[in-house]
Ligand binder design. Structure first.
Ligand SMILES: [Zn+2]
Length: 90
């Protein structure tokens, strides 16, 4: 019997070409979930989807947009939030 690792879909299948020209099936861990805006629930752009051990070695500037509320709110909600706060202060 084959190991259950190859039968189950827990691991993603990636076709890789070896230096010898053969194609092998590599079993790779799946990506974590996508990130969503905390206000409207829209998918956040420019966010890295990596496993924690890879996240630790990637620079912060590559993981989320470099702006206020980057990685928390989408661009539309950020714009709205900033305009609202400016109106409140005026
Ligand atoms: Zn939003």
């Amino acid at each position: 019997m084959r190991p259950s690792k190859q039968k189950s879909r827990t691991l993603r299948r990636v076709f890789k070409k070896t230096p010898g020209g053969r194609t092998i099936v590599a079993y790779v861990k799946r990506k974590p979930k996508k990130l969503y805006c905390s206000n409207c629930g829209k998918e956040l752009m420019g966010m890295k989807q990596l496993r924690p051990y890879k996240m630790a070695s990637t620079p912060k500037t590559e993981k989320r947009p470099e702006r206020p509320y980057g990685g928390v709110l989408c661009s539309r909600c950020t714009r709205r939030r900033i305009i609202e706060s400016a109106r409140m202060n005026a």
